[in-house]
Ligand binder design. Sequence first.
Ligand SMILES: [Zn+2]
Ligand SMILES: [Zn+2]
Length: 122
Amino acid sequence: MLALVLQAERPLTAYQLLERLQTARRAAPPTIYRALDFLLARRLVHRIERLGAFVACAEPDHEHTLVQFLICRQCRAVTELDDHHVAEAVATAAEGARFRMEHAVIEIDGLCAACAGGVFAD
Ligand SMILES: [Zn+2]
Ligand SMILES: [Zn+2]
């Protein structure tokens, strides 16, 4: 199950995971959701709300107060960032609004280097 997410070249939806599992062995939808809940709770995978899909965590031992995802709108490649400057800035802004932030996910849309075609060439 985790291996499937890890091997995937792109984020997978629960349905796509189910399809892949069923080619290997029988798995019922409730099993998939239980397995995903387990992996999510241990931060071994993340859910990308915008895509309704799951990706393997890039660094499971990170704190993950505010994780950032760069999502390519063309090829759907997802890159996980864990920039603590972003987390601190958001926490400070939330505090300013008298709100104690516990957890947040920022999903950033755009184009990856490959799809942007030379924009990042140096
Ligand atoms: Zn992560
Ligand atoms: Zn791309």
